[in-house]
Each structure stands twice: as C-alpha cells, then as structure tokens.
Design a protein around this ligand. Structure first.
Ligand SMILES: C[S@@+](CC[C@H](N)C(=O)[O-])C[C@H]1O[C@@H](n2cnc3c(N)ncnc32)[C@H](O)[C@@H]1O
Length: 292
C-alpha cells in the first residue's frame, strides 16, 4: 500500500467493477445504507425479539464485537498487528477493531462514496493513524504479498463475480499463519428461477455456498478453523432493515434523499430475502481460515 496518509488512492482494479460502483455510488443507495443501517455498518447481526426494539447500529456493533473475538482468541488482534478489510463499507468494523485492539487496518473498497464517508468518520474519531482507506478492488489488491496478520471480509464477497480470485488475493497478502475471517449471505437448496429475483436487489451476479467457499479456501491452501452457520441472522437483519425503511421512508423521500421508487424496489427485494431465509433457501455463514 502506498504512503502513510489517510488518502484515497485509485488503482487499476477499480475499472473491473463498474456495476458494483454504480450500485453503491448514487444518492438513493448511499442514503438508504447510511441512514437506515445506522451510518457505520452494512452487515448482518444477531437480533433479539421483538425486532422493532433492537437498534440497528448497536446490534451491528455487537455482531462485530462477537466476530472480533474469533480473531482475538487466535491471538490475531495483538496491538500493532496489521489487518486488511476487503470491501470495508463505511469502515465501522475496521474502526471497532482499531479502537478496541490498537491494530492497524487498511480498508479496501471499490465505492468512492463510501470511502469518503469512511475517511471523514475515521478522522473525526481520531483513528486516522491506525486506519487507512484505499479505493481499489479486492480482486486485485494494491499491495505486496505476505503483509497482513489478518484479513476481514464481511458481506462483501457476495458482490464479486470472481470469488475464487478474492480468496487467492486474501491468501497472497496474508503472512504465513495469518487469519482470514469471512462472512457472507449464501445460497442453499434453491432453483435458478428462485435465485434470480433475489440477486436483483443488489445487482448481484451469483451467490456463494458453504461448499463452494470451503472448496475455494482448500484450493488456495487455507485451513478451515471455524464455520458457524447463522440462518436466523439473515432473516432477522433484512426483516429489521425493511421495518426501519418503512418507518423512515416518508421522511427520506421528503428530504429528497431516497426516491419512493427505489424504496419500493428495496422493500420488495428485502422481503424476498426474508422469505427465502425463512424457507431455508438462504443462510449467513461465518468462516475463519488460516494460511498454512
Ligand atoms: C454489504 S457491503 C459491506 C460493507 C462492510 N464490509 C460492512 O460490513 O459494513 C459490501 C461492500 O463490498 C464492497 N465491494 C464490492 N465489490 C468490491 C470489490 N470488487 N472490491 C472492493 N470492495 C468491493 C462494496 O463497495 C461495499 O462496501
């Protein structure tokens, strides 16, 4: 990674992922994720019931806290350790790790809008010396091999049309013995016809599965240390987010932040994910791999 400043650097991989950038870098999507999801995180979490009493932001942070223990228990989060966040969103997870454990994190993200917010929030949190933000693609990481103690990829691999390449890149940039923490929504038994409208919500090309990720990891040379399947988190998170959009939607539309058409499409899409989760056709899984 170039330099030490908290700058945003463009790299060649960015061109390969125009459709992801187009999905995230517009007012409708950015304001939806930023306002509805709480402004720090864009990932799944564990909700208690009743759902409407659970704050999305606080619940998201608790999930990061829980995930980070998986790395901490392996000794990967010692003060001064180096990590990379692949598809870092607004940087909420990376900030949590930096502020809690004193680790350094390079956030790589293809979304310029999210990177701008990440830089801004990180600077006001006084964490700019620990957290750097880079514009680039996780299929072509702008950094040298064997650099990091851990890699973190939370709900981001789902966007990649070349998921094996992301595993290969994570493997390349990790030190020997380094850890790769990966979480993603995954498909289970589901037909192509059922999957297509589900993928549509976030302009996805396909979806991984537990078997596929295990196989990619094995091919790269990772050892699987943990695999924790949490299907209810998928149902609850998308259900809770839809509820929040229903609550705040009118206001967002009135402020010109999120169009009614976008909201209607998003609500229908979220409901499809909830239904498929309830029917056992989608799940959310946490993996911890180690580079051997
Ligand atoms: C659902 S969000 C998750 C964000 C973050 N990991 C979190 O949990 O808050 C997916 C993220 O993946 C990023 N992303 C998608 N494709 C990418 C690529 N090829 N390279 C880097 N980031 C990518 C998106 O820009 C977005 O930030």
């Amino acid at each position: 990674m170039p330099g030490n400043s908290n700058c945003v650097v463009k790299d060649s991989g960015a061109q390969d992922n125009d459709s992801v950038q187009k999905y995230y870098d517009n007012t409708d999507t950015d304001e939806f994720y930023f306002r509805i999801w709480g402004g720090e995180d864009l990932h799944l979490a564990f909700y208690d019931k009743p759902l409407e009493e659970q704050d999305i932001r606080k619940t998201s942070t608790k999930a990061v806290q829980w995930l980070s223990r998986l790395l901490y228990n392996k000794g990967a989060l010692q003060q001064g350790a180096f990590g990379i966040d692949l598809g870092a969103g607004y940087g909420g997870s990376a900030r949590f790790l930096c502020s809690t454990y004193g680790v350094h994190i390079d956030c790589v993200n293809i979304s310029e809008w999210q990177n701008r917010r990440n830089v801004e929030i990180t600077e006001s949190a006084g964490l700019a010396d620990l957290l750097k933000v880079y514009l680039g693609s996780f299929t072509d990481l702008p950094c040298e091999p064997d650099r990091y103690n851990f890699a973190w990829c939370e709900e981001a691999l789902i966007h990649s049309p070349d998921k094996l390449k992301v595993f290969q890149e994570a493997y390349r940039v990790l030190k020997k013995g380094g850890f790769f923490l990966l979480t993603d929504p995954l498909q289970k038994e589901i037909s192509h016809e059922e999957l297509v409208p589900i993928l549509e919500r976030a302009h996805l090309v396909d979806m991984g599965s537990r078997e596929r990720y295990r196989e990619y990891a094995r091919r790269c040379g990772f050892e699987l240390l943990e695999e924790i399947d949490c299907p209810q988190a998928l149902v609850d998170t998308y259900g809770r987010v839809k509820m929040e959009l229903e609550k705040q939607g009118k206001q967002l539309a009135e402020e010109g932040l999120c169009s009614v058409a976008f909201q209607e499409k998003m609500k229908a899409g979220l409901q499809r994910w909830v239904d498929a989760g309830q029917q056992g056709k989608l799940t959310w899984t946490v993996f911890l791999f180690q580079k051997k």
